[in-house]
Write a protein that binds this ligand. Structure first.
Ligand SMILES: O=P(O)(O)OC[C@H](O)CO
Length: 413
């Protein structure tokens, strides 16, 4: 039996999904065995994969979050492009079977798919309906001003430590925020049209939004919850009744929330023309590492074909809140009337398809984005702590990010 090692970053309900998929595949045939290992949060998993590649003991499959895409593309020799892998192994593989918002993110300009879409998400606003009702908020907030008003009422009703919050600081307030308001995060279609891109997220709109957060952070009407998803439990525990994070949080919400909940589209500033635009994807894809044997690659290709099965994809979507990856899985879910009963699962799809994507909302691809996210978060944290005004923090984040982009350009040249 040939072992296929899969390193991933899934916890809670999504960790169970990963384990179950591996078990199902292992029981479905005898030639290959998928062995899964949890390697920490996404950034840790990516670092572990790169370090292992350098040391000559990389896994076969590495789950990498969407912002690690450029890093993986630039890591020559470290990866085996998925379109090549599938062709060499003779596995049926049609990139057109997948949702274009997802494949576009993980393909070259020529349309060659480099990594295998696995758990794509978008950011939604999770709502604790019971607590909103208790606080006298009769309508689910739609706009940022609505959210601020609702958060003030929640605070007055006893939510002392959190009126509203979010996971993934940069994803929420810079990356998704820019796309949703149709303003550039950076030039060159946010890097999709070339690594020689420059950051632009210090616009008056970005400054205004961060200033609002700074003002509300003072008495915890807004309360910061960190750079990644570790604090998502603040929603399920009931502490924060309005919480922006991934649609892929669904499995954990379903398992742990002891209240009536829903998810809704991200808020927007209603005076910004064209807002809301469309959201961009998040989550992760599966990268195949370089330097493995033909037999091992055959096993990986078989596993990917297994994952693409329509019923399996539909189930994965319906249980986890991640997007249906294939068009067939989406159609099947829709036709079964599933979304009428479970509107929560349709929220990210509605956001992604809200309008035809523009240069500002197709996605993003930045070299060293993992470091850039840290820089953005660091500056947001300093601003929220009252150490610098919003404009200074965003100017600093932009200029530091541009330096990191230039470093990346030098390494891939
Ligand atoms: O929580 P996930 O898996 O949807 O990922 C959220 C962000 O896109 C990670 O970069």
């Amino acid at each position: 039996q040939t072992e296929i090692h899969w390193w991933h970053a899934m916890t809670g309900a999504n960790n169970e999904v990963v384990n179950r998929l591996a078990d199902e595949f292992n029981n479905s045939q005898k030639d290959y065995k998928v062995v899964v290992s949890y390697k920490g949060q996404y950034a840790d998993t990516l670092n572990a994969g790169i370090a292992a590649f350098r040391a000559g003991n990389a896994p076969h499959i590495l789950q990498v979050f969407e912002v690690g895409t450029a890093t993986m593309m630039g890591a020559k020799g470290a990866i085996k492009p998925v379109y090549q892998l599938m062709a060499e192994a003779g596995e049926k593989f049609d990139p057109k079977a997948y949702l274009p918002a997802i494949t576009g993110y993980y393909s070259t300009a020529k349309g060659e798919m480099l990594s295998f879409p696995f758990n794509s998400s978008s950011m939604v606003m999770w709502i604790n309906k019971d607590e909103l009702k208790k606080a006298g908020v009769n309508e689910i907030p739609k706009t940022w001003p609505d959210v601020f008003e609702a958060a003030k009422k929640l605070k007055a009703a006893g939510h002392d430590t959190c009126g509203f919050s979010n996971a993934w600081a940069s994803w929420a307030h810079i990356e998704q925020f820019s796309a949703w308001h149709n303003v550039p995060m950076a030039t060159k279609a946010n890097g999709l049209d070339g690594f020689d891109t420059e950051m632009k997220f210090n616009s008056p709109l970005h400054v205004r939004h961060l200033q609002n957060l700074i003002d509300l952070q003072k008495d915890k009407t807004y309360d910061y919850s960190g750079r990644d998803s570790k604090s998502e439990g603040r929603f399920t525990s009931g502490e924060c009744a309005i919480f922006l994070t991934s649609s892929g949080f669904y499995g954990n919400v379903k398992a742990n929330a002891k209240f009536d909940y829903t998810s809704t589209m991200m808020p927007y500033y209603p005076d910004v023309q064209g807002a809301p635009q469309n959201s961009i994807i998040g989550g992760a894809s599966l990268w195949v590492m370089g330097g493995k044997s033909a037999e091992e690659y055959k096993g990986v290709a078989k596993f990917f074909a297994f994952l693409s099965d329509t019923d399996r994809q539909a189930k994965l979507h319906q249980e986890s809140g991640y997007l249906p990856i294939t068009k067939a899985a989406y159609e099947k879910t829709k036709a079964s009337g599933f979304y009428e009963k479970n509107p929560v699962l349709e929220t990210p799809l509605k956001e992604l398809t809200n309008k035809e994507p523009t240069e500002n909302s197709r996605g993003l691809r930045f070299g060293n984005m993992v470091q850039i996210r840290d820089v953005i978060s660091e500056e947001i944290e300093a601003a929220l702590a009252g150490q610098k005004p919003a404009k200074d923090a965003l100017d600093a984040a932009v200029s530091r990010s541009n330096q990191i982009l230039r470093q990346f350009e030098r390494t891939v040249r």
